[in-house]
Design a protein. Sequence first.
Length: 141
Amino acid sequence: MDQIVSLPQQRRVIRGRKMPVDTAVAESNIHYPTDSSLLNDRAWILTRTTQQIEGEVGNLKRKVRKRMRTVSKRVIVIAHALRHKGPEGELTRTKEYRQLLRVTRQTLNDSRRVLMKPSCCWLPAMCLRVKLAFSLCRKCL
């Protein structure tokens, strides 16, 4: 602590009589990303951005579906199934992961369909966001 104060004192930047110290510390658990939470994030980004593109472009043959409620429910069920050990928990996790992957693939197909629309080309920033989320999501699948 003395070294932190002594250098600015020598350079006459501060007098060094008082030093404000921020001692606010908040304890929190570390949240490590799981496969399901990463898929949830990517599906959310893809859905939001493709809907923004749909709003800008308009006149799509098929509307972009909001599947976020389904994805969120699957992620919650997977998190609860992680607490159950043994064959029952494993069976539940496997079933829910399959459903989550199915819904995420459907979201990817929706975004791919929107990107293939010719009028999407004049929205490069949004299309780049979708392509980035798409590539990250493909790595998870």
